[in-house]
Design a binder for this molecule. Structure first.
Ligand code: URP
Ligand code: ZN
Ligand code: ZN
Length: 495
């Protein structure tokens, strides 16, 4: 007789939505077919006694096989990035198809799709990075990309080669509202950074630590404030990515409390690194250079608070893998200044283990918050629910079986990316996803990969599922923006 399940995971502590079930998960045809106790044997049984069974993570911000705004190619391709993600408990990634100004959006999307199809070992979708919102792009290419399942786009307020001005941002926000896409904003004030950087370099302050001086917290907070104002003006939700500074967390919280449709993300580097890490001997600090940069202990605390009280909805890696050599961080060798360094840090594999250890096991967040921050909120905001992000009957069997007692001293030698270092080298953490299942396939077990190149599937995503308001009890109930109504009354916005 045929087995009722292809795979049965037994005796685990399973997090299903808001509940915890002690029992089994039965998997058939790549999907979760049953959750219960004493389920029938599968063609294969995995013992999860003493383990957490959690949804596989969704990393909705990572740069894979992508040319940066400065024209630098990252070290990870779709194979190494997805292998690395899988070893860290992530079963879905949403990297970027990045438009550079001379490129047409359909060509960009086709190019990334072809490369990912041949190499990815876990499932993936794409956001579009939009650098050139010209007439054809706005009238035709962008709506077509959104209809094709790329239901989110990232825009930059900084980097000369990528940034949009406020007028362009308004056009993009307006279009996103009309077509049901979510706009992710890299919020930093370009002129503040350029002005500070020029003065620093002129005075001989070229070391990596001056990256954090040039990218002042005010540059982040000002741009975030402006992005929120633009989004409120045209009544379009935005998601501010890689929030670093405490003042930015506070202004996002205030805007949410006024009813503004603002979502936000932060990343491991803003919980576990500070600007002091950029001040290491020689050029070593370049390994910690990302934008915005890690700040100070008070900002780390604010980011934790933001995750704890729901101001920040998603925890992503912003994996941006640049090697510590001429191909990445050090294009001018030992003459490289902070202005020349590729911005970004790796984090696909360690994203979830770091939060599990320092968040869940140290009692800052509970296991449900961990699941929301690493998986289910990403699924909702990026149009992957109900297929991804939760352990529920009918959902894809994307699972990670966590040993909460396993102790690890982080070393890059044990990781699977191609970057050559990790900013978290030497850190001791507890808890590790020992078995990882992607659409019913055991892809990681006993420290070994069991997945073929190209076995990941492209995810054509639905419109974002956004739940408003985000207001907290006891705060003002004012409406988002009376001006939106005035604009609608004059035919500038739909009613
Ligand atoms: O420094 C960073 N974050 N580099 C990656 C590109 C980006 O802006 O997210
Ligand atoms: Zn960014
Ligand atoms: Zn990024």
């Amino acid at each position: 007789m045929a087995q009722p399940f292809d795979l049965t995971i037994r005796h685990g502590r399973i997090v299903t939505g808001e509940a915890i079930v002690e029992g089994d998960v039965g998997v058939r045809d790549g999907r979760i077919a049953a959750i219960g106790t004493d389920l029938a044997p599968g063609a294969r049984d995995v013992d999860a006694a003493g383990r957490w069974v959690l949804p596989g993570g969704i990393d909705s911000h990572c740069h894979v096989e992508q040319l940066s705004g400065m024209g630098v190619m990252g070290a990870d391709d779709f194979y190494s990035a997805t292998v690395s993600a899988a070893f860290g408990g992530t079963t879905t990634i949403i990297p970027f198809a990045a438009q550079h100004r001379a490129k047409a959006v359909p060509d960009v999307v086709r190019d990334y799709a072809e490369r990912a199809r041949a190499k990815a070992v876990i499932d993936y979708g794409f956001h579009l990075i939009l650098a050139n919102p010209d007439e054809r792009t706005m009238a035709h290419d962008l709506p077509e990309a959104i209809r094709g399942g790329i239901t989110s786009l990232k825009v930059y307020m900084t980097y000369d080669a990528m940034r949009l001005d406020d007028y362009q941002l308004l056009d993009v926000l307006d279009l996103a509202r009309e077509h049901g896409a979510l706009v992710m904003v890299h919020a930093e004030n370009n002129d503040i950074i350029k002005w500070l950087a020029k003065r620093l370099i002129a005075r001989g302050h070229t070391a990596p630590k001056f990256h954090a001086v040039a990218h002042d917290p005010l540059a982040e907070a000002e741009a975030a404030n402006r992005a929120i104002a633009l989004a409120r003006l045209v009544d379009t939700p935005i998601l501010i990515v890689h929030v670093a500074g405490g003042s930015t967390v506070e202004l996002i919280r205030s805007a949410q409390n006024l009813g503004a449709h603002v979502l936000a993300e932060s990343c491991p580097q803003y919980l576990f690194l500070t600007a002091d890490d950029l001040d290491r001997a020689g050029l070593e600090g370049a390994k910690f250079c990302c934008s915005p940069p890690p700040r100070d202990a008070a900002s780390q605390e604010s980011v934790w608070q933001g995750f704890m009280d729901g101001t920040l909805q998603t925890y992503s890696s912003d994996h941006a893998p640049y090697r510590f050599d001429e191909t990445g961080k050090l294009p001018k060798g030992d003459q490289t200044t902070f202005k020349d360094m590729a911005n970004g840090v790796p984090g696909l594999e360690l994203r979830m283990p770091l939060l599990f250890s320092e968040g869940v096991l140290k009692g800052r967040i509970d296991i449900h918050q961990f699941v929301r921050l690493t998986a289910s909120n990403h699924a909702d905001l990026y149009g992957l629910s109900p297929r991804k992000g939760r352990i529920a009957v009918g959902a894809d069997a994307d699972l990670a079986i966590w040993n909460p007692d396993r102790e690890t001293r982080i070393t890059h030698a044990a990781l699977h990316d191609q970057v050559g270092y990790t900013p978290y080298e030497g850190k001791r953490i507890k808890g590790w996803p020992e078995v990882v299942v992607s659409r019913g396939r055991v892809v990681v077990e006993d420290g070994q990969l069991h997945a073929e190149r190209g076995s990941g599937q492209y995810l054509r995503r639905d419109a974002p599922r956004l739940a408003w308001p985000l207001r907290r009890p006891g705060t003002s109930q004012r409406s988002t923006n009376p001006l939106s109504k005035a604009l609608a009354d004059h035919g500038c916005l739909p009613d």
